[in-house]
Design a protein around this ligand. Structure first.
Ligand code: ADP
Ligand code: MG
Length: 503
């Protein structure tokens, strides 16, 4: 188990205003698309990029008389996510209608869970640096439907609507206002994404909009947040604004920074921050008002009469709990403990579940530290450079393992191994066969190396004279021998022989 007290909380971000210092307080509502082939209340496909309006069941487009049927798998995914965030699972939850009109919402309401969410309080540990982390409390996770997409830029006179996304299951993950700076907010979204990708409950694809966040930002004088934590009284905090629908880590940070400075300027000018919904404009780098609280919708929430309360059994939850994979924090701790990796390396290797799985396959039965070096420096470095990911890596786990075995056996030096890596990257093949076929094997045959050493010593009498007076110059001979053997001579053996001959 993890020791949640073994880290130090980072300092909150402070912004100096004209009249004093201000601290940031941030709470996030993250919408994560449930990884599921079918929608929340229909059997229509959730496939991304399909022909517009091709994945729409009658219930999704709200044909009269159609009734929703809960997709059990989506519910299981929400429970799994809750367990991954160490949260309470509510055995009884219920669906409510959130009423509003929008062309991409044919029902005229969104089915959500306002009063009784399926998941209650949990937590996320957000790592900021080795030993420095923030504990962010989760307030709740509820399940709801996504809306469709209106398209306004296809025709000058008409708007279109694509209902493929309508009715797709979302998890809304609501944090407490425990995030204290822009970097932390991005790291928090990153950690949620990482955990859900480990769990297989959300693919975390932000570009496709499968993970997006509403960002609530307020500012307060130093000390006010601590008072809120002591008393639970929100009045110690400043008035917040909500920045809607952010799907880029970079823009989340920029929007928070702009919004905090905007609020500070208002307060220092003697004004008051108005609670409202805002949008971030990345081109201008600023947030602007979308709607104020006065014009906020009255959603007229009420329990959905088409759906019974959602009752699940503890035994079912226990089954899901029993099938949970190892989570990132635990995997990272195990890599440090069992393989002696540094916190940093273990963090890099476990950042993405696919990377961690690849590393573990290569590390099985091999030296973990050596494998970590190869995976991080050679493989990840190269993948990064070429814009590839582990799934599209030209080198497989078996091939990389083969390279490392050849080094361990003394068949190739580290330098030759890099050449071999290059061959595998561009041409593929079996590492051992390539080394054999292309004569890349390291020469450990002392007789053969000695012959080369003798030749070089014989050809360079002046150098020999100098090296006998100054032993540091022996390195020159070692270099010559390695060069003459195409880097294949075992360096340790060459060093030893050169020293012996010069003595
Ligand atoms: P609503 O349901 O009206 O959107 P909630 O109380 O559920 O409001 O809060 C929504 C989000 O706003 C939560 O993530 C919460 O942590 C965050 N939040 C609440 N108060 C503040 C505040 N003063 N500053 C920043 N974030 C806040
Ligand atoms: Mg809200």
């Amino acid at each position: 188990m993890l020791d949640h007290l073994s880290f130090t909380a980072p300092e909150p971000k402070t912004i100096a205003g004209a009249k004093g210092d201000w601290e940031l307080v941030i709470g996030l509502e993250v919408h994560a698309q449930v990884a599921s082939k079918a929608k929340l209340f229909s059997g229509a496909s959730t496939e991304f990029g399909a022909e517009p309006n091709s994945n729409v069941a009658f219930v999704d487009c709200a044909m009269p008389g159609m009734l929703p049927v809960v997709n059990e798998f989506c519910v299981a995914q929400a429970v799994r996510t809750g367990l991954g965030l160490k949260a309470a699972i509510n055995l009884v939850s219920a669906f409510d209608r959130k009423n509003y009109f929008y062309p991409d919402l044919p029902q005229g309401y969104q089915i959500s869970q306002l009063y009784h969410p399926i998941v209650g309080e949990g937590e996320v540990i957000v790592d900021m640096a080795p030993g420095i982390a923030r504990r962010v409390r989760i307030e709740r996770i509820h399940i709801e439907q996504d809306a469709g997409k209106s398209i306004h830029d296809m025709d000058p006179n008409m708007s279109f609507v694509d209902l493929n996304r309508t009715g797709v299951a979302l998890m809304e993950i609501v944090s407490r206002p425990d995030i204290r700076g822009p970097e932390e907010a991005a790291a928090y979204v990153g950690k949620l994404r990482q955990i859900m990708r480990y769990l297989g409950t959300c693919d975390g694809n932000m570009q496709n909009g499968n993970l997006r966040a509403d960002v609530n930002v307020s500012v307060c004088p130093p000390g006010a947040y601590e008072k809120y934590i002591e008393t639970g009284d929100f009045s110690h905090l400043g008035t917040r604004c909500e920045i809607k629908n952010m799907n880029s880590m970079r823009f989340i940070q920029q929007a928070i920074d702009f919004e905090a400075r905007r609020q500070i300027a208002i307060i220092e000018d003697g004004g008051t921050v108005v609670q409202e919904t805002r949008l971030y404009d990345p081109d201008r780098g600023e947030t602007r008002s979308m709607r104020s609280k006065e014009e906020a919708h009255d959603y007229r929430y009420f329990p959905d009469p088409d759906l019974l309360p959602l009752e699940i059994e503890q035994a079912w939850v226990d089954d899901i709990a029993a099938s949970m994979p190892e989570l990132p924090d635990e995997k990272k701790a195990r890599f440090v403990r069992e393989m002696g990796l540094s916190e940093y390396d273990a963090g890099v290797l476990t950042a993405d579940v696919e990377n961690a799985n690849f590393f573990e396959i290569v590390a099985k039965g091999r030296d973990g530290k050596q494998v970590a070096n190869w995976v991080i420096n050679e493989l990840f470095g190269r993948l990064n450079k070429e814009g590839l990911v582990i799934e599209t890596s030209p080198i497989s786990a078996a091939q990389l393992g083969g390279v490392i075995d050849l080094i361990a056996k003394g068949d190739i030096s580290g330098k030759i191994a890099k050449d071999l890596f290059e061959i595998l990257w561009t041409e593929g093949g079996d590492p051992a066969e390539i080394v054999e076929a292309r004569g890349m094997k390291q020469v450990t045959d002392l007789g053969a190396i000695e012959k080369v050493v003798d030749e070089i010593i014989a050809a360079n009498p002046a150098q020999v004279e100098k090296a006998r007076q100054n032993p540091k110059l022996a390195g020159w001979f070692v270099g010559q021998v390695l060069k003459a053997t195409g880097g294949k001579a075992n360096p340790a053996a060459v060093n030893e022989l050169v020293a012996k001959k010069l003595a």
